[in-house]
Write a new protein. Structure first.
Length: 558
């Protein structure tokens, strides 16, 4: 009997792990087969230039390697090289970009298109790793592999996140590292040790090298250490060694990983921090939000909340609302009862402590950008790193319902979850490769009137290919870009012969046969001449997904 039970447990154990392995293998297989489907985003040429600038700088200053003429010649041809050489944009942390530049050179990638596709693959691999750690986070929290797989499906299947996991090499990479930071923070809460602390501080430093907001996790760790010390008398004496290790290692690693800090650590770090809230790389003045053009320096407080609500699948919002409200109410109640019970407890278990930490991870950054009136554009991508915490609360909401004693509630919960995942998979297929323009059911039909759509410029490549296909192969194609997103970046993914046929400019010229727009403007188009499309031109191509118009190409009437 004992042997039988042992064999049953062993069989279940291996089956469970086999299914988890198949799930991740299938997801990775999908990524390997579609990473080349995505066009080039507006930020990618900048980040490639930044990576090469610091890669060359490190070789010269750290390794005394000055035999880099070939590398420098390659760098000088890049879009943002002159600005970087003149001293601009050095405050941008470039950890991921440097790694990408190193790999590009290591694998001797000479074709520009292949360089960008290689970075798309690298982007996906980092996100894939984060999905596995999100699985571990949920599994260790709820001791349930099935729920952890469901949680991971939810994490990877939100259409916008799915798309941007291939090309957004700033916000998604920061979000991915944030998952690892959260995982090891929760682990250190449960099992304080030198190993967990060293891994955690390393990840916090890496996060800060990708976005300066990584300092948020550093501050939050210290804040929770202080609260823990107030809650438990012996906590401070037992764990002060880990705090000191964390504090000084973070400072050391940031200085080591970030060449920009080497000359003037304090002032340069402060400048980078200040840049986060009051700097815009691309000169935006106005953005379309809720049907009106508003200044990026004076965003309404609800800018981020509305973008999150508009681009998150509705069923996810439903589950999130259930657990989010309950968690906030629970901790407010605990806080109000501190003096009443005279036990000074905000949490009464490690699970409650972890929930409060994740609540801070979600709400903290949103309150910070609202309080600082930070300059934001392109939706809520700058705060994508709150997404893992948000999905955690979605899973918590699911758990609340499936734990109900009434079977009907459980069945409804499971049905909603399965429906949500299948619906998202359907949207991923339907929108491919433009899942970045996804809006949920409540906003989709009016999205073009309310928000910026393809601010990344992912659809630009398809328009160029369409025009080249139907024009004489020996003919030059003269296109005016009547929007902010440039067409010239997409030429990097064309063959040299195709790219040489395209003449693209934002300047109004009577000789231009075509006009392109993706309705992305840096100021109100009513007051800008280059955005005007007069009656001499007719619409010849419209790129759409569902109700969303991504871009249009117009041709001059003969």
């Amino acid at each position: 009997m004992i042997l039988q039970n042992f064999l049953k447990i062993r069989k279940y154990f291996f089956l469970e792990h086999y299914l988890v392995f198949l799930f991740f293998a299938f997801y990775f297989f999908i990524g390997l087969n579609i990473y080349r489907d995505y066009g080039i985003s507006i930020d990618e040429p900048f980040h490639r230039s930044v990576g090469y600038f610091w890669y060359i700088w490190i070789n010269e200053n750290l390794f005394n390697n000055f035999q880099l003429s070939e590398l420098k010649n390659k760098f000088i041809t890049m879009e943002w090289s002159r600005s970087l050489v003149s001293g601009k944009f050095h405050q941008y942390a470039a950890f991921f970009d440097i790694i990408a530049a190193f790999l590009e050179e290591k694998f001797k990638i000479t074709n520009t298109a292949d360089a960008y596709y290689q970075k798309h693959l690298l982007n996906f691999c980092v996100f894939f790793i984060s999905s596995f750690f999100f699985f571990l986070l949920v599994k260790e929290k709820f001791k349930n592999s099935i729920l952890a797989v469901i949680a991971t499906c939810i994490y990877i299947s939100s259409p916008r996140i799915f798309a941007e996991s291939f090309y957004n090499n700033k916000d998604i990479i920061f979000m991915a590292i944030s998952v690892l930071v959260i995982y090891f923070t929760l682990k250190s809460f449960k099992e304080p040790s030198y190993t967990n602390t060293i891994i955690l501080v390393f990840l916090c430093a890496v996060a800060t090298q990708i976005r300066i907001l990584g300092i948020f996790f550093f501050i939050l760790y210290i804040f929770f250490f202080i609260i823990s010390s107030l809650e438990e008398k012996k906590y401070f004496n037992k764990n002060i060694k880990f705090l000191l290790l964390f504090f000084f290692s973070y400072i050391f690693l940031n200085y080591t990983f970030w060449p920009y800090l080497w000359n003037n650590p304090i002032n340069n770090f402060y400048f980078s921090l200040k840049t986060f809230s009051h700097f815009t790389l691309r000169g935006y003045a106005d953005i379309l939000f809720m049907g009106k053009y508003i200044s990026i320096s004076n965003l309404p407080w609800n800018y981020i909340p509305i973008w999150i609500i508009a681009t998150t699948p509705i069923i996810y919002l439903f589950f999130f609302f259930i657990s989010f409200v309950k968690t906030i109410f629970f901790f407010i109640q605990n806080f109000l009862n501190i003096e009443k019970n005279n036990d000074r407890k905000i949490w009464y278990s490690i699970n409650q402590k972890q929930d409060l930490y994740l609540l801070f991870c979600f709400l903290g950054p949103i309150f910070i950008v609202i309080a600082l009136n930070a300059i934001l554009y392109n939706g809520w991508r700058h705060l994508y790193f709150v997404y893992p915490s948000m999905i955690y609360f979605v899973v918590l909401g699911i758990k609340e319902l499936i734990d109900f004693k009434k079977k009907i509630i459980k069945y409804i919960a499971y049905s909603l979850v399965v429906s949500a995942i299948l619906f998202n998979v359907n949207n991923i297929v339907k929108y491919h490769p433009y899942q970045n323009v996804y809006f949920n059911f409540f906003f989709e039909k009016k999205a073009n009137d309310l928000f910026e759509i393809d601010y990344w410029g992912l659809g630009n490549l398809e328009v160029l290919k369409h025009v080249l296909k139907y024009e004489n192969k020996n003919k030059k194609v003269n296109i005016r870009t009547a929007s902010f997103t440039p067409l010239n970046y997409s030429k990097f993914l064309l063959t040299k012969e195709e790219a040489d046929r395209i003449i693209s400019t934002g300047t109004v010229d009577e000789e231009q046969e075509y006009i392109f727009t993706n309705y992305n403007y840096e100021r109100n188009p009513k007051f800008t001449k280059k955005y005007k499309i007069n009656d001499e031109y007719s619409d010849i191509f419209t790129l759409k997904r569902g109700y969303i118009v991504i871009n249009k190409m117009y041709k001059k009437n003969k």
